[in-house]
Design a protein around this ligand. Sequence first.
Ligand code: GUN
Ligand code: FE
Length: 425
Amino acid sequence: MRIYKANILHTPSPNHFEVYQGGYITVDDNGIIQGVYEVLPTEMEDMPVVDFGERLLIPAMNDMHVHAPQYANMGIAMDMELIPWLNTYTFPEEEKFADEQYAKAVYDAFVKELCRQGTMRAAVFATTHIHATQCLAKTFDEMGMGALIGLVGMDRHSPEELVNTASSWASDMQSLMQSMADMAKVKPIVTPRFIPSCTPAILQTMGTIATQFKLPVQSHLSENKQEIIWVQQLEPQSTCYGDAYHRYGLFGQTPTLMAHCCYTDGEELKLMHANDVCVVHCPTSNCNLASGIAPVRKFLQAGVRVVLGSDIAAGHHLSIFRVMQYAVQVSKLQYALSDGKLPFLTLSEVFYMATKAGGSFFGKVGSFEVGYAFDALVIDDMGIHDVGLPTDCQQRLERFIYLGDDRHIVHRFCQGKEISLNSQF
Ligand code: GUN
Ligand code: FE
């Protein structure tokens, strides 16, 4: 058992931060939280305490949509919309992952940077290459971090070097599941790239395997207007883009993450709610690819779950704190554009999306409640602003989210284990 003392903040519910100023948190030997206290219970008074002093202790971040093989393109190639961007910049970079050595170098750097930015768990797209994807899974496992790893399925409208087939994807998926069998926090996720890249044959196979092995699903949905028109042409029998996944068993039949949803409304929104499909909001990506503003308030009002993603390399930054900031800011633009009809997001709402809502895909993760994994960050915000610290802990966290960066994250824990940035693979 370990006892940590700090200024503790978390969001067990979206509407407010729960704050324990100078509070205590107890964690058992399996990394599971046993209690959170304002005052240490008397029976624990003689036990050793790890005292983080005036620092903030918060749940670690969960990035619920990120493309590891696009890491080398982070921060460049911002001059196009989705489809030309994929063909010009993204597919050529992903083709390089046929080379295992290249893959290992990029994936090592990617996982380390994810950790540096305070993200302890992620839902990740790899590529169609099985060996590189196994390497990515191993890298997360060796770091002690959590991940859902997606071997991408794509068999049309893509370069020769990047396509697989229904049968090659299915047999590679078996190998991937075998190689992950002993990994505690790294699991597979069924990952059709998006409808334009996937024939009915591969979609059918992916849906069958998701159901058979009870695996979660991730993909892209209603990101860009041209993409949506293309999907209507490719799947004319579908009532909406979401229905094109649903008819193959890839839309909520098992836990499902759908990135973007900039234009989701009406029938599609109803289908998402009925099937408990979760929106992954990626506001940095939606700005960079000029995709649009996802109506997140409308999703929340409809009872649809929303989590956050960096969507590297359409998104330009791996920090989920940066993504939270954009989520609030684009929601304020939408508030203004809707003449106030769609109230903007609050900081506790976006913090909840990044922690407890995203964490639910990994088990009991993302909150400091009893029974949850101790995934946590210690924030030293002392030097962020030269006027010194606000007295209010919530304002300190707000300023860290808006102005802080990885230099202010001084400890990182994933299920109780401190993750060191210096670990060698
Ligand atoms: N849709 C299909 N593939 C991609 C991708 O790699 N990034 C984004 N943002 N959207 C996609
Ligand atoms: Fe994406």
